[in-house]
Design a protein around this ligand. Structure first.
Ligand code: FAD
Length: 415
């Protein structure tokens, strides 16, 4: 039997970051996953460290947008009809959290995390020698019509008032930043307070390596074997059982598989998303991530090629992939940027773990002493992994947390 100070379950960006922050505070830590670090959701994201985020992605309230989604015409969203009855309570809660007031609550409560996100990555990248993956040149959103750009303006006033920098651009200004784009759009917004990485898997692996260099241990095991014995948490691994007074659940979309048998029911659903890499057609490239705002996809330069990532698909976590959004957007995407042949035979699918208020849960698990929760990072798990890892490590070790953790408490769902 191996005894440690803490077990972290799940080795995506979120779990690796929590394990790393605990280890650097002197705890002996076992990081347990059924796969190698970073190979699930944290593998396939768009690689954007969205330090500029202010508002969440709301439930679409415009009837025209809803109709387009309902008739499966929207490139930005898809759904499985058979899953809607199961999803309905979560969708209604998501709708309730899409009011203007709720948007501002999110902005106020999440801002301390987003504001620190790039600096927290930079620290870990320096220590893990992975700065080669980092680009600190922001990201660009392009708008095909001035009308869509004007609609974004209401949000922009609030964002400017919060002191977040952005630069509205015309076509020429946007093309000066990204000469590889074709002039099929009218306006752009450059967001300098964002960074991006050229290989999200490489970054998670580098952080996991840094964790091991601090004495941490990575083990293979099934998190669902976690149970309490003699007041300590115990999990089975390929190296035998490991126990500790503290266990951190960082299983992203799979957290309910462990928590529900322990009697902890929190309203997590997934927004599935896909990516596929394309070879550039000719010698054109991109300098930074570009979001085609009205069509609803991003193109990001990665080591593997140009990664095209899709918006949300509402479907069961475990249902087979249905990457139909590519059919709806490929002609538009090829019009914006000359994409060559796909690199992989099939698109990759990931699952964004989402609570209806778009905030993660960071803090103690209700009713289970020594059990901590760090999951539900939704669209921002790459962005927020390190900063939430720091926050939970501060809470566990009794340090003063750098920001008030109360808005991220699981107790918010008990009300
Ligand atoms: C298409 C797409 C684009 C995205 N773009 C961005 C972006 O640009 N910027 C951004 O910040 N975020 C982005 N995200 C979101 C981000 O990828 C996620 O929020 C993040 O990866 C979640 O990390 P995680 O560590 O919580 O989960 P994961 O990376 O999924 O890690 C969970 C781990 O738990 C392990 N696990 C599960 N069950 C068990 C078990 N029973 N036993 C042991 N281990 C288990 C898994 O193997 C996995 O390694 C995007 C997501 C998608 C899908």
């Amino acid at each position: 039997m191996a005894r440690t100070d803490a077990i972290v379950l799940g080795a995506g960006m979120v779990g690796v970051s929590a394990a790393l922050h605990l280890a650097r505070r002197g705890l002996s830590v076992a990081l347990v996953d059924r796969r190698a670090p970073g190979e699930e959701t944290s593998y396939g994201n768009a690689g954007i460290i969205e330090g500029n985020t202010y508002f969440p992605y709301p439930f679409p309230l415009k009837p025209s947008a809803l109709l387009k989604i309902a008739f499966k015409q929207a490139p930005e969203a898809n759904y499985h009809l058979s899953y809607l009855p199961k999803l309905a309570p979560w969708l209604f809660a998501y709708l309730r959290h899409s009011t203007t007031e709720a948007m501002f609550d999110f902005a106020e409560q999440m801002r301390p995390l987003f504001a620190a996100s790039i600096a927290e990555h930079e620290k870990l990248m320096r220590e893990s020698n992975s700065e080669r993956y980092l680009r600190t040149n922001g990201w660009l959103k392009v708008y095909r019509s001035t009308r869509a750009f004007d609609e974004a303006k209401t949000d922009l006033d609030a964002i400017a008032a919060a002191g977040i920098a952005f630069e509205p651009l015309d076509l020429n200004g946007s093309m000066a930043l990204e000469p590889g784009l074709s002039p099929v759009f009218e306006r752009g917004i450059f967001w300098p307070q964002a960074a991006s990485v050229s290989n999200p898997l490489g970054v998670t692996r580098a952080y996991a390596e840094l964790f091991r260099s601090l004495g941490g241990v990575s083990l293979t095991g099934d998190a669902r074997s976690l149970h309490k014995t003699d007041g300590r948490w115990r999990v089975d691994t390929s190296e035998g059982p490991v126990d500790a007074p503290v266990a951190v659940v960082a299983l992203g979309p799979w957290a309910p598989d462990l928590l529900e048998p322990l009697g902890i029911y929190l309203p997590l659903e997934v927004k599935r998303g896909y990516h596929r890499h394309y070879r550039p057609d000719g010698n054109k490239g991109l300098n930074r991530p570009v979001l085609d705002a009205e069509v609803g996809y991003a193109v990001v330069p990665m080591e593997q090629g140009l990664r095209l990532t899709t918006g949300a698909e509402f479907a069961s976590r475990d249902a087979p992939p249905t990457p139909v959004q590519f059919d709806r957007l490929m002609s538009k995407a090829r019009g914006l940027f000359p994409l060559g042949e796909p690199v992989e035979a099939e698109p990759w699918m990931g699952r964004r773990p989402c609570f209806p208020d778009s905030k993660p849960v960071i803090g103690p698990a209700p009713g289970q002493s020594g059990l901590w929760l760090d999951y539900g990072h939704a669209h921002w798990g790459l962005t927020l992994g390190p900063v939430t890892g720091r926050l939970i490590a501060e809470m566990i070790t009794g340090e003063a947390p750098f920001t008030d953790p109360q808005p991220y408490s699981a107790e918010r769902f008990a009300r």
